[in-house]
Ligand binder design. Sequence first.
Ligand code: SF4
Length: 539
Amino acid sequence: MSMSPATTKQVAADAKRKPTLRYLLENTSQFVVAVELVTSRGLISDLAEQRVLRHARALAESARIDVFSITDNPAGNAMLAADTLGADLRSHGQEVIIHLACKDGNRNSLQSRGWKLSSEGFDNILALTGDYPKPGYGGMARPSFDIDSVGLLAMYSEMNRGLLDEATRHRLKPTNFFLGAVVTNHKRYERELVPQYLKLRKKIETGARFIINQAGYDARKDDELLRWLALSGLDVPVIANAFVLSLGAARAFNAGRVPGVVVTDELVALAEREASSPDRGRSFFLDLAAKQVAIARGLGFRGAYLGGQLDLADCEEILSRADKFGPDGWKALAGDVNFAYSDEFYYFERDGTTGLSSSEVNGAPVASRTAAARRRARLRTPVNYRVSRLAHWAVFDPEAPLFDVARRFYSAVESAPVSARKVLHLAEHASKVPLYNCKDCGDCSLPEVAYLCPESQYAKNQRNGPCGGSHDGLCEVTERECIWARAYERLKSYGEEASMLDGPVVFYDNALRGTSAWANTFLGRDHTARSAAGQEDVK
Ligand code: SF4
């Protein structure tokens, strides 16, 4: 029986198909090499995308590259979808990670996209919240941020178990996603860094099976990431980001043009000096990446993630230079990848011998956690925060002494005339506007964000922890203090910061917008009641 040309091509691709990322990370101890690809704007047949395609196919010739990781509208710009390039690479036997960001689509479109990706054989998904959109066709796009990376992980994990179709009450065929997530661990302050770690824990508990960290150039911070995971009892493979700088990239990162990526003044000055050399700094930049790869392998990362529009020669050069450091040579390199702020916060103390991280928890935050220090910090928290906590404890918590009274009252109001309900809703809103700048979303998350409103004070409205975009504690969009950093400080004064993200994954219900959040709480219509019901189901 003769095969069609298309079938012959597929059989050939299958014969030389690379091992899956899941297999490599879960069944081998191989140090994995991932290379990032960025699509262009326009059709795959356009000149620019044909260049990307040729570039990707050339890279695919390398036996050292295990997986290609394709970005999703990076930095908020519209680009060709990752799976269009991914399909071509897969047809040539390559392993692909598809980045999937929540900024451009709501939960329905992400679910639909998930079925499409799974049907086409794309199992490796990197779940991201995503960068805030940039101006596009006809002006600035309205960002979606309907769910975040944690919500996406929860939804796709459930799809892996076989989603229950509410309409037919049938379980849908399970998807086979191998889910990954990102941690932005190169943060300057405690109030930014620790919430990133806590969100990482939430991502892993929600279904992330591999982690890639955001680019940064501080080996001690990377060492610390693995130590924090070990301390927290979290065993998940982490792939270390070794984004290869150029002078332009260093300047862009230093200026904060790519949210969450840190290049200090010291590193950008060094990049400027090196870029004035005859090779325009190429050797220096490749060497820096090679050192990062060698350190990552030595520290116990499960792979390296090479970004920065590299060609095959660059990749081979980085990997062969990294190999030359030998199994122990990496220990002497920590001082060469040590670009941190002078006031950079670390979770662990410095190891004086290696210049990397020790396993001893940093003494400064320990001192700030004494009872006396917390009492002093509590006095500095806003009065409305303290009053809100009291009100929650007395009325709004389902275990509160007055919760049942309030529930009966709101039940009675349900059968009252519409005008009475409207008056009550108006009174609620009038009290919450001056206190929280309430936007009347109807599904209130104030208790989860230390009484800071995610609808009015957070550009991405996220309810499951901070995105990675803050810089120096400030929001990437508004330049105001990140509400999750503020929430961390508020909770810390009460000794509650470590459990900041311990609650169930929050999915905001848009059906409740413009209705009374208090009525929805007391009558079991908001996300807190749905979470409790979900937990009962699990039991
Ligand atoms: S009801 Fe919604 S908009 Fe109002 S304070 Fe709560 S979270 Fe913010």
